[in-house]
Design a protein around this ligand. Structure first.
Ligand SMILES: C[S@@+](CC[C@H](N)C(=O)[O-])C[C@H]1O[C@@H](n2cnc3c(N)ncnc32)[C@H](O)[C@@H]1O
Length: 280
């Protein structure tokens, strides 16, 4: 595999957390994936690829919609792909395949899909134009791309609030430029449009997506305070490097910051996302 720092991030730093707590993250992220599905209007028999499929919940969902066609889930994370494969077997869903590949480095084929879908899996490419060109090349002429990505960090308190609360206890360093590979690399719609245009996409539409996120159950705040840090690459790296006292203080601070947002049995906070669609 080429030198892509995100491969290490999603295998060693946060991959195990995302694989182990996949049911929790899927409960939080489901409405965002459903919004993409609604925009794409996937039909039976369509050939679909799920980019950065992670632990596979969306791949299984797409398989139900596109059946009897087979849906391909592509990801770089071995622990998350292992969870995806186990879930497919447990559910007895046969029309899915999962493959380990860096979409930015490996062509996916030519005219092999009708639809490319992603739920928060397209913001981590080392060379976004090349990656989206690979995706475009894999689509039939007129094939559809649809994905959800985050707007700016300060418009996403569900990520920012616990992270900022924990930061004084951790060595987090300055945040990288927003266009670097990471959760916010496609936050600027003009930047996203220029990447997709350069990759050969047309009919680009960028619309606001769901504006809040349910992080989890309010009766499990301490676990939630920890999980939201361990899932986030920047916070997870700082937590891993911290001594035990600093780590405990960071998790306590994250938990305390979530507490005021508990209501009706859940923790719900503001989010800001883009639903992006385009045509090959
Ligand atoms: C935020 S997670 C989202 C996972 C999943 N789509 C979901 O909604 O649960 C981002 C995913 O993108 C994957 N990813 C990052 N860079 C990638 C690349 N170059 N090629 C394929 N997958 C990649 C990660 O391994 C991870 O599974």
């Amino acid at each position: 595999m080429p030198d892509n720092a995100q491969i290490k991030v999603w295998n060693e730093l946060v991959g195990a957390t995302w694989a182990t707590h996949a049911d929790h993250f899927d409960a939080t992220l489901e409405p965002f994936g459903e919004a993409v599905l609604a925009s794409l209007g996937v039909r039976p028999h369509e050939r679909v690829v799920d980019i950065g499929c992670g632990a596979g919940a969306t791949t299984l969902r797409l398989a139900a919609v596109a059946a009897p066609a087979t849906v391909l889930g592509v990801d770089v994370s071995q622990p998350m792909l292992a969870t995806a494969g186990r879930r497919a077997a447990a559910a007895g869903i046969a029309n899915v395949e999962f493959t380990e590949a860096d979409v930015g480095a490996h062509p996916l084929g030519s005219d092999v899909f009708d639809v490319a879908f992603s739920r928060f899996g397209v913001m981590f490419f080392a060379d976004p134009v090349r990656a989206f060109a690979n995706i475009r090349e894999s689509l039939a002429p007129g094939g559809r791309l649809g994905f959800v990505c985050f707007q700016m960090p300060w418009d996403n308190p569900f990520i920012l609030v616990p992270t900022m609360a924990a930061a004084p206890h951790l060595e987090m360093g300055p945040p990288p430029p927003l266009t670097e590979p990471g959760p916010f690399s496609l936050a600027d719609p003009q930047h996203t449009e220029s990447i997709l245009s350069a990759a050969g996409f047309g009919s680009i539409r960028i619309e606001p997506g769901p504006a809040s996120a349910v992080l989890g159950a309010a009766d499990d705040l301490a676990a939630l305070g920890r999980r939201v840090l361990e899932q986030n690459p920047a916070a997870a790296a700082a937590l891993a490097a911290a001594d035990p006292d600093a780590r405990a203080a960071a998790i306590d601070a994250s938990t305390a910051a979530l507490a005021p947002h508990a209501a009706d049995g859940v923790v719900r906070m503001g989010a800001a996302t883009w639903i992006v669609t385009a045509t090959a």
